[in-house]
Design a protein around this ligand. Sequence first.
Ligand code: MN
Length: 494
Amino acid sequence: MASEHLDLVIRNGLLVTASETFPADLLIRAGKIHALGRGIRADGAAEIDARGLLVMPGGIDSHVHLQYPQGRHRVVSSDDWLTGTVAAAHGGTTTVIDFVEARPDQTWMQAFEVRLAEAASQAVIDYAFHMAFNRVDERSLGEVQSVVEAGISSFKIYMAYEGIRLEDDGILRALEQLKVHGALPLVHAENHALIRYLTQRHRAVGHTQVRWHPHVHPAAGEAEATYRILTLAAQLDIPVHIAHVSAAQVLDVMRMFRANGQPVSGEVCPQHLLLTEALYDQPDEVAVRYVMAPPLRSAADNAALWQALQEGLLDCVVTDHCPFTLAQKQGRRRTAEFRRLPDGGVQTMEPEAPWAEHPLAFDQVPGGAPGIETRLPLLYHYGVRTGRLSLTQFVECTSTAVARRFGLYPRKGSLMPGADADLVLFDPGHTVTLSATTLHQNCDYTPFEGWTVTGWPCMVLSRGEIIVRDGQFLGRPGRGEYLKRAPDALAARS
Ligand code: MN
């Protein structure tokens, strides 16, 4: 594209990084940030006037699940690499990190090649992967090195969920191998036995409704698993990143280990900051929207999570974007029934027979919710505008800290000369009412339907190319690039 070669200067904006805000011009050359300063001379460059706008490093979402076949029913999340990354771009996110989850008949590297090919032809922004450490045997332990060399320097460890979870002895062997290669464990911490026991107990007395979902995923089980993974990691002296922290009890555990010198960090999702378990007390066809693990919790938990974000105990705000359409949530389809195209068109997909009795019992509902497009606006409105977060903290937890944690800094997450020109021009006065009908996520609901937020990305650049302007998508499928990430466990300690 011409824009990759033509110099571009963004004038008069308020630049925001994780450490400071300052009015300056920003010059882009060959897709990279070339210079920052007042009154930059750039003869022949294209110009953008950013007066009144915030100019920030593009958002980085390190926890998304695009076209993900979930669980034994293999229900496929409704955003593919095209629709999901287009939605991300509209919301100011210019890098995503998704997951590779090998099937039993695949090696990890084979599964990685498949995911890479899916993304390469479709993604409109840059992307990377975590590897799911879904088995511990000679083959998988022997593959860690090649996986790290392929640019996957973080591994997801599930402590719950049949088929992918590891037992404690497996976790110890996995951590030992990750330490050898400097890779970072990203942990889904819940007590598996407790979930299974409580589910069986509720099902046995006829509790099938979605309102029982949070009852089988108690905060105590999340806190116990967090305590256990940190105990094991402390023995091996390896840092740990806790995925989607949802409860105050978990924060207490993290604080205690951190006070004892254990490097532990964690991420939080907008839904756990902003929504509560009261949403489950609705008819099932509505309540299915909020089935996710960990579940939504109390208002006191919301407040504790905000506090942890302010103090830096939690350092990343990510989405766990894992959308399913209402038909999928209700067990009427395995794949989405429509596909929103970047030009605004909608493709209708093949009819499908229902895959199970529906409505589904709470433990059969596909887990996850959409959020890839609404992360920055929600966090700006409810974080910055309420005074909970400063502008620099906003950039820190949506971009810079994520880049540091996962080995992408300073190429991503910074405004330093030499960094990729992934930028968001954010209009702090633009008000939007969120609705599934106007968002670009390939889903027929949003958990934030009807919420009004002030502050929205009006222009988004990826490697110097304008990919979204005033709500219009200008990129093209397949322009996104795979990002190799460096093993960075030591840096992850900071
Ligand atoms: Mn997830």
